[in-house]
Design a protein around this ligand. Structure first.
Ligand SMILES: Nc1ncnc2c1ncn2[C@@H]1O[C@H](COP(=O)(O)OP(=O)(O)OP(=O)(O)O)[C@@H](O)[C@H]1O
Ligand SMILES: [Mg+2]
Length: 273
């Protein structure tokens, strides 16, 4: 069993809904509060790795080697510079830690390799089980598909967070994702919980954005966490600098929104399993 409500998968098979941005920003937001955070890049596109300032093409080893059992998580992870701690009662708080389990394009091959293996859904869960106790939270950035990598992410997780781009009323994908989560509960991870959706790339001036949030709440019964994360060029600029928006534009509304959401996700009382 994994530890208390430690591992969060950020998933949505729809591309470009800010999964990677959300994992990075929440991780930095938690590390600002002195927490020990592991970011897991489970996407062959390696966007999270790159956004953390690590060049995926220059890596000697990655999560791919971990899934193939050629390396341990501790051999592969990168120690990132932790963000400046938030002030608590006017004084600088504790400095957190931020580690990254990086990805490379090689991970695309793991998909094929895993398909032929018994227990293929559990590979990530087993690998992470050896290190989860070293962290307050493990955040997993899932790829934009419902394939075996995402299933590994969901199987390893205690809870799922669903980033939602509020630009289209057709959120059929949310239903498909919830079906997949139901399957994961049936077969590989009975205790998996949906923590909620995060409205990303949010344009509050449009009626549509608010309608999408209402629809997801009503039709799918999924909690949409608040605040919503505003669309902002500051967020889009950050990855090329190897930073999250919290470091790139710390006082921006998008950074403040992610900071608030990070605090909420930390707040829940740990559930012992
Ligand atoms: N709040 C925001 N405002 C403006 N741009 C944003 C915001 N959030 C994310 N972006 C940008 O939108 C693009 C998609 O974001 P991101 O890569 O996080 O999505 P994703 O869901 O991880 O994509 P993929 O499905 O390819 O993995 C990126 O260029 C990112 O910088
Ligand atoms: Mg991504």
């Amino acid at each position: 069993m994994l530890g208390p409500m430690t591992t969060v998968a950020v998933a949505n098979q729809k591309g470009g809904v800010a999964k990677t941005t959300t994992v990075h920003a929440l991780g930095v937001g938690m590390a600002e509060r002195g927490k020990r955070i592991l970011l897991v890049d489970l996407d062959p596109q390696a966007s999270l790795t790159w956004a953390c300032g690590v060049d995926p093409d220059a890596l000697e080893a990655s999560i791919h080697d971990v899934l193939l059992k050629r390396a341990k998580v501790t051999d592969v992870l990168h120690v990132l510079e932790p963000p400046a701690p938030l002030e608590v009662d006017g004084k600088a708080g504790r400095t957190g830690t931020l580690h990254l389990l990086p990805s490379t394009i090689d991970l695309a091959g793991a998909e094929l390799h895993l398909l032929t293996k018994t227990g293929r859904e559990y590979v990530l869960r087993k690998a992470l089980a050896k290190v989860v106790d070293d962290y307050d939270r493990v955040l997993i950035d899932c790829p934009p598909s419902l394939g075996i990598l995402t299933i590994n992410g969901l199987t390893a997780a205690d809870e799922v967070v669903i980033p939602l781009q509020c630009e289209s009323l057709s959120q059929r994908g949310v239903g498909q994702l919830l079906d997949t989560i139901e399957d994961v509960r049936d077969y590989t991870n009975e205790d998996l919980q949906v923590r909620g959706a995060i409205a990303t790339l949010f344009d509050g001036r449009t009626k549509l954005a608010h309608q999408v949030v209402e629809q997801v709440r009503r039709e799918y019964g999924v909690a949409v966490l608040e605040p919503f994360v505003p669309k902002s060029v500051k967020v889009a600029e950050a990855p090329a600098k190897g930073r999250s928006v919290l470091t790139h534009a710390p006082r921006s509304r998008s950074a403040e929104a992610y900071r608030d959401l990070a605090a909420q996700l930390l707040a829940r009382k740990a559930k012992r399993t």
